[in-house]
Design a protein around this ligand. Structure first.
Ligand code: PBG
Length: 323
């Protein structure tokens, strides 16, 4: 036998020498949930180890992460029901929870990278990502609201704006609004291929943002489709996106690979709440080795072609020295 592939697996040193894929803090983005109030830190029941923080505790958490080298954060607000309305007005109110949080983090830690979420659902009394009329999600009318939201976030200090709403034309619309207001340096990470997935359940618990009627299938993609992801990705590229995101990650590794092979922009992948919950639940029961399964999942997402990974595991893997 001339070729014996096992020779390159014979010791830890050689295995590491030929290792093709690595995960590091530099590639990780940590999603953080925010809630109004003081000194609050409440665990999300379906996401063990993940909390909703009031702004004071959020600052402590960002500091703790930065000490581990984890420097990028994607913020999501849990908005009180009484502040929600049809137009998601709270999303661009200057003294609203979300914009205050962005300002505070950037004031205290100017060097960290803040990714902000653009979509109406956390602020919408309908629980949808767009404006609802007679049970329908209106596209072009939603863009105006998303533009206001993105601009307010840029003004608050966002480094990267991440539209997660899946309205048509939103990347171009937001790019124009930002440029018109001289925010030419604020980036856009587009949720390009965002699927109508069952794996967002725990996230909707965290934000209490589940749709009040129906589902999100008229705007989020059909999990059965791959080619359609290319249409979305190409449009986002033309419209001015800086990153293309695939979401969820684990059940869509083929889509990550497809975008990696067919586009030039860095590809991000969102290892979503339900993917996190699956590992936690199995680990709690002793059914999976938590360290090994977590690192394997993150590695597979990188191997498929993701440059950046948004993951609820980000802090833990660094804190525990798993990567
Ligand atoms: C909403 C949004 C969702 C997530 C990020 N932004 C949920 C949804 O589309 O209903 C999900 C993230 C996760 O599950 O971790 N615009």
């Amino acid at each position: 036998m001339l070729q014996r592939p096992r020779r390159n697996r014979k010791s830890e040193v050689i295995r590491q020498m030929v290792q093709e894929t690595h995960i590091s803090a530099a590639n990780m983005i940590f999603p953080l949930f925010i809630v109004d109030g003081v000194n609050k830190k409440t665990e999300v029941a379906s996401m063990p180890g993940i909390y909703r923080y009031s702004i004071d505790n959020l600052l402590r958490e960002v500091e703790a992460c930065a000490k581990l080298g984890l420097m990028s954060f994607d913020l999501f607000p849990n908005i009180e029901e009484s502040l929600k309305d049809k137009l998601a007005t709270e999303s661009h109110r200057e003294e609203g929870l979300y914009l205050r949080a962005i300002r505070e983090v950037k004031k205290n830690f100017p060097e960290v990278c803040i990714v902000t979420d653009v979509a109406m659902d956390p602020y919408s009394s309908d629980g949808h990502d767009g404006l609802v009329e007679n049970g329908e999600i209106l596209n072009d009318e939603t863009l105006e609201i998303l533009g206001k939201m993105a601009l307010a976030q840029a003004q608050a200090g966002a480094d990267i704006i991440a539209p997660s709403d899946m309205m048509d034309g939103r990347v171009g619309y937001i790019r124009n609004v930002l440029d018109d207001h001289k925010f030419t340096n604020v980036s856009i990470m587009s949720y390009s291929a965002k699927y109508a997935s069952a794996f967002y359940g725990p996230f909707r618990d965290a934000l209490e943002s589940a749709p009040k009627f129906g589902d999100k299938k008229t705007y989020q993609m059909n999990p059965a489709n791959q080619r359609e992801a290319l249409i979305e990705a190409n449009l986002d590229e033309i419209e001015g996106a800086d990153f293309l995101m695939v979401k969820p990650a684990l059940a869509y590794l083929d889509v990550i690979k497809l975008l990696k092979d067919n586009t030039e922009l860095p590809v991000a992948a969102y290892n979503v709440s339900g993917e996190y919950a699956m590992i936690k639940a199995a680990a709690q029961r002793g059914w999976l080795n938590e360290e090994r399964s977590t690192v394997e999942v993150l590695t597979s997402i990188r191997r498929a072609g993701a440059t950046a990974i948004l993951s609820y595991h980000s802090k833990e893997v660094l804190e525990k020295g798993w990567i």
